[in-house]
Design a protein around this ligand. Sequence first.
Ligand SMILES: [Zn+2]
Length: 286
Amino acid sequence: MNYKIHHLNCATLCPQGARLIHGKGKLLEESLLSCHCLLIESNDGLILVDTGFGIQDMLSLDRMGQSAAIALNPKRKPEETAVRQIEARGFKRSDVRHIVLTHLDPDHAGGIADFPNAAIHLLEEEHTAATKPATLGEKLRYRQAMWDHIPQWRLHPSVGEDWFGFNSVRMLQDSLHDILLVPLQGHSRGHCGVAIASEDGWLLHCGDAYFHKNEMNIESPKGTIGMSLIQALDDTNRKQRISNQRRLRELKRSYGSNITLFCSHDHDEFDHCASCKPHQLLTHTS
Ligand SMILES: [Zn+2]
């Protein structure tokens, strides 16, 4: 059985300021950012990595919060939501058995209510930050309405086995597939990457650990002014984020031929991934 890994863009964000955000274009022009998610076919059913915004967000921008709606300027396209894209591929929403989240910001977790039967996997620290916010920043960034439906949380500790020098936590212990949570805190208290073993090597969804592809340039890492500013405003722990970006570049330098890294919001990275042949999920019994 061949299980595929699909790249989905589950929301298009167009904040003003293309010149600052992309380093090109006009100052007041809209930029173009993706919400890069993965849809994985597996013997455990469908697995989503991040959801982007959900159907309810497309109906009312109030749900994500006015400040996020103004800052991110998401296009209201219900057809981009994970649930609509999954249905367009001939699946049912109930086929999604697991959702793995890099973190609980609205542009990553807004769609969990569209899949009430799915188990929601994330680091325990992130769940605590979102449901029992300790600072004003945490109070403002998370939207409690997004878990009004009482999700089936599956909370994981942030320590586990070694994965190329990083900690990693196996999402499903008895699974035939390797899908790991890789703690990458800094952007938020319990932010993580998600590593998936494919037949062509590992994929590492880095979430918001970085925002611009050039930040992962091994020789001369350099983001844009706009992206650096957005990250600085969103940081829970700047030192941790910068340190994790350094570690990700080292990972790419040492194992780049075996690990493909990408983040949530760089649209060029999304286009590149989506244009490649779908990866096959590695199955232990194959
Ligand atoms: Zn984000």
